[in-house]
Every structure is written in structure tokens, then in C-alpha cells.
Design a protein around this ligand. Structure first.
Ligand SMILES: *Cc1c(COP(=O)(O)O)cnc(C)c1O
Length: 426
């Protein structure tokens, strides 16, 4: 029996390192090597690997109650998680729906919006999305994401969406005008607009301003188009604030959360919505209920991990750690600005991203951003970083650091230095 790994071309015979343990920002391989986890194990880990408080909470819950049907039943860790989420989210986001992955949390958000319009007797069919977005790999989330080589074979089955341009610097108004046009289109009134706030992750760590985010919200609000923020990556402190939308002055209609919700220890997701989505499904008529569930919805052990995560946010100086990383990143950005092989340096909180270019082709090509996933530098850089004790997984030519918040100054310094030195292999 062979394992078929995700996003892995086995035909290239690239080595597949075997990780046997983790501790804080360090991963240990079966051959004894140690790597610094510079990407929080694909953006999920916030407080470091094998955090004792989270490990303990999961173990205790496993011995108490491991799994229970959630359709029509409940349990203490879920009730506690709902109370805890209420403390970190604005009160307008009054209802939370549990699921088990980021993709599912997005599917749920889209179904909440479509379901509401349907139940109100004013069905709407169109979703507005942003160019270069990523919302997951299921059919619904592929449909609302960027059409790339990732989903070419499935394209015939993806539903139509309206796409607005990414608001790159200087072109924000083009994006806002397009959003306004789609929202005002009475013949195809959008059911919702979904967007990754401030940072488009898989699209290449593309960043835009809080001001543009606010302006997009204002347009949607003026036309009564629900505003869904996909904070699966940006949530839990990544962008400097607990949630990215908090850097702008609005409350979204629906928020999707996963990844850091358990500090990356177990799969769980939450879709939180405002009252009217819930109310539109509230009836004595079963045909109007929200038809969605997955077996592991609100799994008790995963909820226990959420509760331990929330306790860490309350009890440990997490915000201080994030601010410290952000300050270190800003200093490093200055250093990188002098490197001939580094361009387009950008930062949002604990995320520092840049393009690595061949020194003789040092141009910043806007059009290639995000589309360069299959470009040649990725694997070379990947191998270079592993050889030098770092797990960084460039998105094509985009190298980014997105660390667990417990990362030390020495570990960060080592990553910065190796990024400076990666010119040796390109
Ligand atoms: C990772 C990610 C998803 C998908 O989450 P999964 O848990 O991998 O299904 C959705 N949206 C964003 C913004 C993500 O970064």
C-alpha cells in the first residue's frame, strides 16, 4: 500500500522527509535532523508543536468522551467553545456552525447565504469573488477560487462566479468600481461576496490595505450583499490583529475560521454568522432547516483543543509574541531590500513575503504573481532550505515566513540569513 500525498508530484521523486516529533517551532526528522518550522506547518500552527496545554486537553477529553453525533445533540466542550468564541468575535456574529476543515467552513458560508435568500423567497444565484483567491479544494470552493492549473480538469463542473480584480496598489478603484457594478446588477443580484481579508494566501501572499477592505464592505452593505470573510489563514493573529477584518471598521456578515482555531492540533472549523442567516432557516417547517453536516462536526476532542487554544490566548502573552515577530520582520525587510535577488517585499503582521528572482531578471512582474506555482525555483529553494535546517515551502518564486508565535529570535535570524544566502543556489 503506497501513500498518495497531496500536492505532490510523485513522478519527480523528490524526497519526502519523515517527521517524528515537534516541539515549539522545531520539527525532528526520523534521521535525527531538526528543522525550524517557518510556515507553521502550512499555516495551521499558532502556539508551537505539541503545546503541553493543548496535548493535555485532547488527552483528557479523549478519555472522557471522544465523539458524539451533533445533529440534535450537544456536549460540554462544544458549549464551552461557543462561549469562548463569543468572547473573541463581535456580538453581531451571534451564531456559530461547526465543521471540520477550512473548505467545509466556506461551503457552509456559501450555503448559509444561498439558503437565506432561498428561504426568504428571493433566491439569488451569483457569488462575487476576488481574482487570485483560494478558498479550498472541494468543488464549491474551487468554483469561488482562482481558476488555475490546480483545477483545470474539473473546470467543466465549476459554477460561474463574478470576479473582481485583485486591488493591487494604484488600481484599487478598478476593483471597487467592479464590485459596485456587480452589487448593483438587479438582474443578477449577488447572493454574497467572499474574500480573504488583507492577505490572499495560496494566491501568493498578495496583500492589500484595510482601507480597501472597508471600502469593499461599504459597497456590499449599501446593496445588501452579504460580506463573507474567509479568515481560515488570516485568523488567530496572523495579520497582527486577532482577525484581519478587525483592522478595518466593520463586522462581516459571515466569517470562516479553521487552521489556527485548534492551534493546528486537530481539524475543526467554525462558520459564524449574523442573526438573519439563522432566522431565515428558523421555522416549524423542516424543509427550511439548514441541510449540512459532517460526521466529525464539533468533535469533542477538537473542541477541547479549541478551548485550550482560547485559554492560551487569555493566559499567555500571545499578542506580544506576534508584535515582536512583526517588528523583527520589519527589520529583516530592510535588510532584504538590499538583496539583488529579492523583490516585492511585503508584510502583514507575522507574515513576511517576497519574490526571489534570478539576479539578471530582477523585474517585478505583477501578472506572474500567484501564477508561478509551477515555476522552477520552488523545488530548488525548498531543498536549499531543508538542507539548511528550515521548513519553508515557497509558492513558486514567492518565499514567505509565517511562523508559530513561539519562534525564537535565533530561529528567525537563521531563516532571514538563509533567505539572504539562497542566491547561492539560484
Ligand atoms: C487553507 C485554506 C482553506 C482551506 O482549508 P482546508 O482546511 O485546507 O480545507 C480555505 N481558505 C483559505 C483562505 C485557506 O488558506
Amino acid at each position: 500500500m503506497d501513500i498518495w500525498h497531496p500536492f505532490t508530484q510523485h513522478g519527480l521523486n523528490e524526497p519526502i522527509p519523515e517527521v517524528v516529533s515537534g516541539d515549539g517551532a522545531i520539527l525532528r526528522l526520523s534521521d535525527g535532523r531538526e528543522l525550524i518550522d517557518g510556515i507553521a506547518s502550512w499555516w495551521v500552527n499558532t502556539h508551537g508543536h505539541a503545546h503541553p496545554k493543548i496535548a493535555r486537553a485532547i488527552a483528557d477529553q479523549a478519555a472522557q468522551l471522544d465523539q458524539i453525533i451533533f445533529a440534535g445533540w450537544t456536549h460540554p466542550p462544544a458549549l464551552q467553545a461557543a462561549r469562548g468564541m463569543r468572547d473573541v468575535l463581535p456580538e453581531q456574529l451571534s451564531h456559530i456552525f461547526f465543521s471540520d476543515s477550512g473548505s467545509t467552513s466556506v461551503e457552509v458560508a456559501l450555503k448559509m447565504a444561498m439558503g437565506m435568500w432561498h428561504n426568504l423567497g428571493t433566491p439569488r444565484e451569483r457569488i462575487v469573488v476576488m481574482e487570485h483567491s483560494y478558498h479550498g479544494d472541494t468543488f464549491g470552493t474551487m468554483s469561488v477560487g482562482e481558476r488555475t492549473i490546480f483545477n483545470t480538469p474539473f473546470e467543466p463542473l465549476l459554477f460561474d462566479v463574478a470576479t473582481i480584480d485583485f486591488p493591487s496598489q494604484g488600481r484599487e478603484q478598478v476593483t471597487l468600481d467592479a464590485l459596485e457594478r456587480h452589487c448593483a446588477d438587479a438582474a443578477h443580484k449577488p447572493a454574497a461576496f467572499i474574500v480573504e481579508p488583507l492577505v490572499l494566501g495560496a494566491g501568493g501572499m498578495l496583500m492589500y490595505s484595510a482601507e480597501t477592505l472597508s471600502a469593499m464592505y461599504a459597497i456590499c452593505a449599501a446593496h445588501d450583499v452579504p460580506f463573507i470573510v474567509d479568515e481560515v489563514m488570516t485568523g488567530w493573529g496572523r495579520t497582527g490583529s486577532m482577525f484581519a477584518f478587525q483592522q478595518a471598521d466593520f463586522v462581516p456578515d459571515i466569517i470562516c475560521l479553521s487552521k489556527g482555531i485548534t492551534s493546528g492540533a486537530l481539524p475543526l472549523a467554525v462558520t459564524a454568522c449574523q442573526q438573519r442567516f439563522y432566522d431565515a432557516h428558523l421555522s416549524s417547517d423542516k424543509a427550511k432547516m439548514f441541510f449540512h453536516s459532517s460526521s466529525y462536526t464539533a468533535n469533542p476532542m477538537a473542541c477541547a483543543a479549541v478551548n485550550a487554544n482560547l485559554a492560551i490566548w487569555r493566559d499567555e502573552p500571545v499578542q506580544q509574541r506576534i508584535d515582536h515577530i512583526a517588528a523583527r520582520h520589519s527589520e529583516a525587510a530592510q535588510r532584504f531590500a538590499d538583496c539583488v535577488h529579492i523583490t516585492n517585499i511585503r508584510q502583514q503582521g507575522s507574515i513576511l513575503a517576497m519574490e526571489i528572482v534570478m539576479p539578471d531578471s530582477a523585474t517585478s512582474d505583477d501578472e506572474d504573481k500567484g501564477g508561478g506555482y509551477l515555476s522552477t525555483l520552488g523545488p530548488t529553494l525548498n531543498a536549499f532550505f531543508i538542507e539548511n535546517g528550515i521548513m519553508l515551502r515557497p509558492l513558486g518564486n514567492t518565499v514567505y515566513i509565517l511562523p508559530p508565535y513561539c519562534i525564537t529570535d535565533e530561529q528567525l535570524d537563521h531563516i532571514y540569513t538563509m533567505i539572504e544566502r539562497c542566491i547561492e543556489v539560484i
